[in-house]
Write a protein of this length. Structure first.
Length: 218
């Protein structure tokens, strides 16, 4: 029985890759570093913004002090432009409405910085989620289950009645580390083969298919 669904954000609810790519390449151009394609950025995202910054920085520019400077530049630009090209995936709005009508509790749990996560979700899905949680200081990123366990307590959700939905293998691993079922979605930033390495309980090829599977498990 599923009473709570926790969604990843980037690559699951929203296609954010163009804004992330633009922000990263803005920093690269400013530093006269090589720029990266959208496909390359898809491979870099999923483990939090500091990790993303480290990956698009040249190897000789990854000292702690230089990475802090690069992170600041990235965050400043992304904070001003993270709604430029970001959009919900087709069918997501309808899925969320259907789940709310079924009185399923909804939440977001992302490795994206908490400030950015809240801003973006508020813009696209106002009043939809009981809790929106991004990366907080002193809380390890996914797949460490610490943040997810804290969120479950805040939601007062039983593990056996909670599903985590995400587009990356790290989401599935996080769910299983916390004792939850996981659904992988194939419209995001990772391949089916990568998702299957973590053995999700279900793989959805569309929001409609995900909604049907959740309905069958209420």
């Amino acid at each position: 029985m599923i009473r709570t669904v926790i969604f990843d954000l980037d690559g699951t609810l929203l296609n954010t890759i163009d804004d992330l790519t633009d922000a990263g390449n803005y920093v690269c151009r400013g530093n006269r570093w090589p720029e990266h394609s959208v496909e390359e950025f898809k491979r870099m995202v999923g483990h939090g913004i500091p990790n993303l910054v480290a990956q698009f920085s040249p190897e000789d520019q990854r000292s702690p002090l230089l990475l802090l400077s690069t992170l600041s530049k990235f965050s400043d630009y992304y904070g001003k432009h993270n709604l430029d090209k970001t959009r919900p995936y087709p069918g997501i709005a309808e899925l969320l409405q259907e789940l709310k009508e079924r009185e399923i509790q909804l939440a977001v749990y992302s490795n994206k910085a908490d400030e950015f996560s809240r801003k973006i979700v508020k813009h696209f899905f106002p009043g939809t989620f009981a809790v929106v949680r991004g990366k907080l200081p002193a809380v390890p990123v996914k797949p460490n289950p610490m943040g997810l366990n804290s969120l479950l307590r805040e939601l007062n959700s039983r593990r056996c009645e909670t599903l985590l939905v995400g587009d990356c293998e790290v989401d599935i691993e996080t769910a299983h580390n916390a004792g939850l079922r996981a659904c992988g979605v194939t419209w995001g930033f990772r391949s089916v083969q990568e998702l299957e390495t973590q053995h999700p309980e279900f793989l959805a090829e569309s929001p409609m298919e995900l909604g049907v599977w959740i309905s069958e498990n209420l």
